[in-house]
Design a protein around this ligand. Structure first.
Ligand SMILES: [Zn+2]
Length: 296
């Protein structure tokens, strides 16, 4: 499935309003067996933004005679049917925008017509050994994976759906599919809509102080923190020293609150050479001591 949308500024805030829905249905052998395409008349903002017009070539005139989202969704629902299925899309923004549009019309329960979800972008990137932290656009990916783009105009819902399907059909294996398919249940959407953020305030009750304790990468023992924390760009920096080898490190701590809770990430960078001192051969500090040092 692929959607085109237009940014609408309404009295209750910004909203990505769907203006086109495209989809293709694949059978078990990855053949396209059915297609769905329709324009959607926007109700919140009549005017299509210039950038969207340039990208999609959809004009206000094209949308004049289209049905609104509620009517179109009924047709989509009938096309999808009630059986088991898995929605594929390039990235996670289409499913998120679909949810947002359903929410706008108090129809979020309708989303459960989609039984499973698979991010075709992640699966295809994994198949090609491209880091999942990167976001490779559909056309760019098709080119590097030698999937035929053809003459179809991209950034139109049906054409992008067909191209997504071709990329997926070329690269998907049962093992990859198992790795990326997700049950599209309530938790899936809660997780999708959760806004992750980095904790700035170390007095926040979600902070776990023992998480700051860091082992020396060479000796494997907990290091002593030498300084207080300095917060910069939503990261917390402090200097640490290993009592065994004398190495000192600047460590940046990122405390990210995700749907699943606190995620504490550290980056160590060694300071200068080895710092020798009397403490260098001290015994390994007990974890409680190190923790106390961290809390001081
Ligand atoms: Zn060490």
């Amino acid at each position: 499935m692929d959607l085109e949308w237009n940014g609408a500024t309404t009295r209750s805030g910004y909203f990505d309003e769907i203006i086109e829905i495209g989809a293709v249905a694949l059978d078990d052998s990855m053949n396209i067996i059915s297609e769905f395409q329709t324009l959607v008349s926007p109700k919140q903002t009549r005017k299509i933004r210039g950038r969207i017009k340039d990208l999609t070539h959809i004009t206000n005139d094209d949308l004049k005679n289209a049905d609104g989202f509620v009517t179109v969704f009924k047709r989509l629902k009938a096309w999808i049917g009630t059986g088991d299925n898995c929605m594929l899309a390039w990235g996670n923004s289409d499913i998120s925008v679909l949810y947002e549009n359903l929410k706008w019309y108090n129809m979020t329960d309708e989303i459960y017509i989609i039984k499973n979800y698979c991010d075709a972008q992640q699966l295809c990137q994994q198949a090609k050994g491209i880091s999942l932290n990167k976001q490779v656009g559909l056309a760019a990916f098709a080119e590097l994976a030698e999937v035929e783009i053809g003459e179809d105009q991209l950034h139109r819902a049906l054409n992008d759906s067909r191209l997504t399907a071709r990329c997926f059909a070329k690269l998907c294996t049962p093992a990859l599919f198992d790795m990326f398919v997700k049950k599209a249940d309530r938790i899936f959407y809660e997780r999708m809509n959760f806004k992750c953020y980095n904790l700035q305030d170390l007095s926040d009750e979600q902070v776990i102080f023992s998480d700051f304790m860091t082992e020396c990468p060479d000796c494997g023992i907990f290091m002593k923190r030498l300084t207080g924390f300095i917060c910069k760009n939503k990261k917390h920096y402090a200097k640490y020293r290993c009592a065994q080898c004398g190495k000192q490190f600047n460590i940046s701590h990122t405390l990210k609150i995700t749907y699943d809770g606190l995620e504490h990430r550290k980056t160590l960078s060694e300071i200068g050479g080895v710092q020798t001192s009397d403490e260098a051969h001290e015994a390994e500090p007990a974890p409680e001591e190190a923790m106390q040092a961290a809390e001081e």
